[in-house]
Design a protein around this ligand. Structure first.
Ligand SMILES: Nc1ncnc2c1ncn2[C@@H]1O[C@H](COP(=O)(O)OP(=O)(O)OP(=O)(O)O)[C@@H](O)[C@H]1O
Length: 295
């Protein structure tokens, strides 16, 4: 079943086309990453899906409902963590969660929400004293209060330290494992690659790449890199390489095979390929390729 369906969505801000003819679907219980450079249109898309902005044209459905006209019905089933949360700075973390619970149907217990977000040690701290990353964790605690079926996370781990970030990843994975559908925007490509099973990349309001994470990456070329031996010239090598400082980099559809070819060549000549690194394509490679082709 599809939890989110977007078909031909367009949305302008004062005549500026922020989102243009965007279509994608998110299967129930999966994590979907919406990626793209600053200003690509991700937040606008999420805000339309969350019912904060009305679609300009096109069709949008969340759990089969229209996020704008069925806002009241959806509010109980959707959790939202947007980029700019408005908190009361003088309230403590526990008081903030307490107030939010009053507005939430069948909320999680306060301490469970704080623990999920890794804020159990901060419950007595005033919101104004929280660090940026801790405020993001409070956002997460609030988004999770109502045990949502669909969770919108707009740059959820910005400002978090590595430990908080990996803890958040675990929470997101667990939620998806329990059936929650998660739509994530992030500038951390590693985060998207680790969490999401499908993705769409936006640029200037349009989708420029989309599909399953594994298939999308498998279709890209991987990379073999090694330190260029002083006695070897690039033209001597059996495969084409580019030089990045003292690193020789070979892009290949099958990087394992390319590495084998290079190693057999080196072994036959008694040459050592120091620091050899073989990896399949990452989201970063996809981004670099997309921005190269956009130039
Ligand atoms: N309320 C608004 N009024 C006018 N223009 C807006 C408004 N909101 C967004 N825009 C413009 O629409 C475009 C898309 O913005 P959006 O916030 O959706 O991008 P984004 O992909 O989320 O970017 P970021 O990664 O920086 O958060 C940008 O050019 C932005 O300046």
């Amino acid at each position: 079943m599809r939890a989110i369906e977007v078909s031909g969505l367009s949305k302008s801000h004062q005549g500026f086309p922020a989102v243009r003819d965007v279509s994608f679907e998110v299967a129930e219980g999966t994590v979907f990453a919406l990626l793209g450079r600053n200003g690509a249109g991700k937040t606008t898309t999420v805000e339309v899906l969350a019912g904060f902005q009305r679609a300009g044209s096109g069709t949008v459905r969340v759990l089969g409902l229209d996020p704008w006209s069925d806002r009241a019905a959806l509010r109980q089933r959707v959790g939202i963590m947007l980029q700019e949360a408005g908190f009361f700075p003088e309230l403590t973390v526990a008081q903030t969660v307490g107030i939010w619970r009053d507005f939430t149907a069948a909320p999680r217990p306060r301490d469970e929400a704080l623990e999920l977000a890794g804020l159990e040690d901060r419950s007595g701290t005033r919101v104004r004293q929280l660090s940026g990353g801790e405020k993001r964790r409070l956002d997460l605690a609030l988004a999770l209060l109502g045990r949502p079926d669909v969770l919108f996370l707009d740059e959820p781990t910005t400002g978090m330290d590595p430990e908080a970030r990996s803890r958040t990843w675990e929470v997101v994975r667990d939620l998806a494992g329990q059936g929650t559908t998660v739509l994530l925007t992030t500038h951390y490509l590693e985060e998207a690659q680790r969490l999401a099973s499908a993705l769409a990349v936006m640029d200037q309001g349009e989708i420029v790449a989309s599909g399953g994470m594994a298939e999308t990456l498998a279709a890209r070329r991987g990379r073999v890199a090694f330190r260029m031996p002083a006695e070897v010239r690039p033209a001597d090598l059996p495969l084409a390489v580019t030089l990045e400082g003292d690193l020789a980099v070979c892009r290949a559809e099958d990087p394992d095979l390319a590495a084998q070819t290079l190693l057999s060549w080196a072994a036959a000549r008694g040459v050592r390929l120091a620091g050899l690194e073989v990896r399949t394509a990452t989201l970063e490679d996809l981004f670099l390729d997309l921005s190269r082709s956009a130039r």
